[in-house]
Ligand binder design. Structure first.
Ligand code: PLP
Length: 353
């Protein structure tokens, strides 16, 4: 068996006639637009917000293409990575019949989106060291397995998956391998985007929500073969990236320098914070992180969580998650916020020990 997008696709999607928007049917030069039932008089906001946005996000994709050094035909933009995740299910997974493999503890949306789409979830938990259990993954694959979800650096554990393990999956699985690289900018590892030519079954997800600091804009990216991108384009809502987001993201892309500065600063603080955590009594593990957060194991995590809350500090309690017993996931904050957190933790431990 070999990889074929055509074979993986849902039957109804193969047959799907995509929506053709007003802006799809017209191309060329015009001064008067009476084709899309917009309000021709304007808007209460910027004048041009009365017009539908570019459904193909050409300008934005060109800018991303330059920065990522990857042709526009290999780029899909979603209303957050979450939309990319959902669209992969809708295009490739037959509800009630197909299955996907996830490797928890990991990002929750792979499972939620599977459930929404009535797709069976098969679970190959990470090993104790939060790396892939390749033998277990292999044992779960059958002819109805469409996607294997890998998250690297992984949320909530923070580590990157071993590159050789990911390559093993890419080389041996004939469905899609979706690698979620939401935290790649904080990582010492290289993105798999550079490997697209090598692997026709590879889909890489990235986002503007983390390193780029633009979670509010809702902009996610999927990188894959032209064939896979064409499928996502066919299935997406026509105007899924709104005009404000397209404009603001374009503007942000002019300032990669500032983003890189922030990344460096966050990574430096991550290293410093990890060292501080290791000295706090009651902290049983500080997991190495390639992301902008740190997972720590701490005695009575639930009580610590509520104590921090009482101080006005919210962290993510992951103690009910598989392999994350008594664990808190802590996002790197500003210098001041990190200090407040450390002070609060010190206050808690002083009262305990
Ligand atoms: C935060 C995060 C995302 C981001 O999703 P958006 O919808 O782009 O905000 C995706 N994957 C993982 C693993 C995340 O932690």
């Amino acid at each position: 068996m070999s990889f074929s997008v055509e074979k993986l696709l849902r039957e109804n999607i193969k047959r799907l006639q995509p929506y053709s928007s007003a802006r799809d049917e017209f191309s060329g030069e015009a001064k008067i637009f009476l084709d899309a039932n917009e309000n021709s008089l304007g808007s209460p906001l910027l004048k041009w917000y009365n017009r539908y946005p570019d459904p193909h996000q050409v300008a934005l994709k060109n800018a991303i293409s330059t920065i990522k050094n990857i042709a526009r035909e290999h780029i899909f933009l979603g209303n957050g990575s979450d939309e990319c995740i959902d669209l992969l299910y809708r295009a490739f997974c037959e509800p009630g019949r197909d299955n996907v493999i996830i490797c928890p503890p990991t990002y929750g949306m792979y499972e939620v989106s599977a459930n929404i789409n009535d797709v069976e979830i098969r679970v190959a938990p990470l090993l104790e060291d939060f790396q892939l259990n390749l033998a277990h993954i292999e044992s779960l694959i059958d002819e109805r397995t469409k996607i294997i979800w890998l998250c690297s650096p992984n949320n909530p554990t923070g580590n990157s998956l071993h590159r050789l393990d990911i390559e093993m999956v890419l080389n041996n699985f004939h469905g899609l391998v979706a690698i979620d690289e939401a935290y790649i900018n904080f990582s010492r590892q290289q993105s798999f985007v550079a490997e697209l030519a090598e692997y026709p079954n590879l889909v890489v997800l990235q986002t503007f929500s983390k390193a780029w600091g633009l979670a509010a804009l809702r902009l996610g990216m999927a990188f894959a073969s032209e064939e896979i991108i064409a499928v996502l384009d066919k299935v997406k809502p026509p105007y899924n990236i709104n005009q404000a987001t397209q404009e603001l993201a374009l503007k942000a892309l002019e300032d990669v320098g500032q983003v890189n500065d922030m990344i460096r600063e966050i990574v430096d603080m991550r290293v410093a914070l990890a060292a501080v955590f290791r000295r706090i009594p009651g902290v049983e593990a500080v997991h190495d992180s390639d992301a902008n957060f740190i997972l720590i194991k701490i005695k009575n995590a639930k009580e610590v969580y509520h104590f921090l809350l009482s101080k006005g500090i919210v962290v993510r309690d992951r103690s009910r998650v598989m392999l994350c017993e008594d664990s808190l996931r802590i996002t790197i904050g500003t210098e001041k916020e990190n200090t407040a957190l450390v002070d609060a933790l010190a206050e808690w431990t002083d009262a305990q020990y």
